[in-house]
Write a protein that binds this ligand. Structure first.
Ligand SMILES: [Mg+2]
Length: 244
């Protein structure tokens, strides 16, 4: 009998490296084997995803890890993608006016920050992720971005990840995404586990009964975890799955 029904897992820093290098295909195939067994026998929790990554990247990861039954949260809560139905559902709390505002903010980024070497991560639909080859330069632009959004009245939350600045609608987050996941599946938070590596994953932590981190996680998050793996990234996730 399984103690938990599902595990909500971040992608970057948990299943794949933060940098743009190769993924550990061996570890991911072992996670897929785990997941296929979970869905066939129902003896262990199914691993699903909650990520800031754009839907196409997250969908590819969902299929790679063999999850064919549980929806995943993509783009920091903008999308739920259901692999069983091949269905993409944007959070209905996002209005057409807000999508137009995102487009306007995107045009401002291209015009004002593009010449400074900032690029926009492709594939996002209702948020903007900014990248610069020099992370220190990117970080130094945060006050300009925040003050511009405030002046224009664009309700966007600005947060720095390891390598990106994420600009997300203030009412959309990993937390709102996990709430939708729970609502559409009928999963019980008392029977959910979670895995994350940065403080943005506190949004997963708040909805699950048991939370774990790979060894590369931020200290602040490790302090909130029930278990910290000895191994980093995907090997750490395998260690966590064995624990569960
Ligand atoms: Mg992460």
């Amino acid at each position: 009998m399984r103690r938990y029904d599902a595990i909500v897992c971040d992608i970057d820093g948990c299943l794949s490296p933060e940098h743009s290098g190769p993924m550990d295909a061996g570890a991911l195939s072992r996670i897929a084997a785990y997941n296929l067994g979970a869905q066939e026998s129902g003896d262990r929790p199914v691993l699903t995803l909650c990520s800031g990554r754009p839907q196409p990247f997250a969908e590819a990861m969902c299929r790679l890890i063999g999850n064919r039954t549980l929806p995943i949260v993509c783009e920091n809560g903008v999308w739920l993608y259901d692999p069983a139905a091949n269905e993409y559902v944007m959070d209905p709390a996002i209005t057409p006016e807000q999508l137009e505002m995102i487009a306007e903010a995107t045009r401002w980024v291209r015009r004002e920050l593009g010449p400074r070497g900032v690029t926009i991560q492709p594939g996002k639909a209702a948020s903007i992720s900014l990248y610069h080859a020099d992370t220190a330069i990117l970080r130094s632009l945060t006050p300009l971005i925040e003050s511009t959004f405030a002046r224009e009245g664009w309700p966007l939350r600005v947060s720095m990840t390891w390598l990106y600045i994420n600009c997300d609608l203030v009412h959309i987050s990993k937390s709102s995404g996990v709430r939708r996941l729970i609502a559409c599946t009928g999963l019980d938070g008392a029977r959910l586990a979670g895995i994350g590596d940065t403080t943005s994953d506190l949004a997963i932590r708040e909805h699950v009964a048991w939370f774990a981190c790979p060894s590369n996680a931020q200290d602040e998050l490790k302090q909130r975890a029930d278990f910290v793996a000895k191994q980093p990234e995907a090997d750490g996730v395998l260690e966590i799955l064995a624990r569960l």
